[in-house]
Design a protein around this ligand. Structure first.
Ligand code: ATP
Ligand code: MG
Length: 159
């Protein structure tokens, strides 16, 4: 169904409020964002999972940013935190089921399924999801790319 990305992200931020209490969450969504043909419930789960991770793995008092922009044929969404980041060698593995970075007793509890589920949902929408270092090389940025259907008037001009 057609859904508004701001509503989906806003709902996830609200449901994650208890987790994000100790962080400052900033949402910046392109005002020209079109309605998206997505499963809003599943995509909401993706953002909830990413907010959960951002809170769990970054120090209290730091910021979390959800940013989204529209391009001609896709949209890019980024969930970024100011935590320790994910080592480059683990940035692809963290999307495997049950994979967790550097298991220690002090590590927050988790199953290692969140990002694998996120990838499944994003790929079911024809999109991609990856982990990168945040801006200036610190923190984590999870970057989602979702395809947009071709715009009818642009297609018409090309034909
Ligand atoms: P679950 O989400 O199933 O409760 P989890 O958080 O351990 O457990 P994932 O969400 O799949 O599992 O994340 C996998 C691993 O990637 C985490 O255990 C953690 O080591 C690392 N990770 C995920 N997000 C971040 C982040 N924002 N900053 C640093 N490390 C992260
Ligand atoms: Mg998780």
């Amino acid at each position: 169904d057609w859904a508004d990305l701001s509503d989906i992200v806003g709902g996830a931020v609200e449901r994650a409020a208890r987790l994000t209490r100790s962080h400052a969450v900033k949402v910046d969504i392109d005002p020209d964002m079109p309605l998206l043909c997505v499963d809003a419930v599943l995509l909401g789960q993706v953002f909830f999972n990413l907010l959960d991770n951002a809170c769990k793995y970054s120090p209290p008092g730091t910021g979390i940013k959800v940013w989204a922009r529209r391009a001609a044929d896709h949209i890019s969404i980024e969930v970024a935190d100011q935590g320790p980041g994910i080592p480059e060698a683990d940035r692809e593995k963290v999307f495997d089921m049950f994979y967790r970075v550097g298991l220690t007793d002090s590590q927050p509890a988790g199953t290692g399924l969140g990002l694998a589920i996120c990838r499944g949902i994003v790929e079911a929408h024809g999109g991609t999801i990856r982990a990168e270092a945040g801006l200036h090389g610190s923190g984590t940025a999870i970057i989602i790319r979702l395809p947009l259907p071709p715009s009818p008037d642009v297609a018409g001009e090309e034909a």
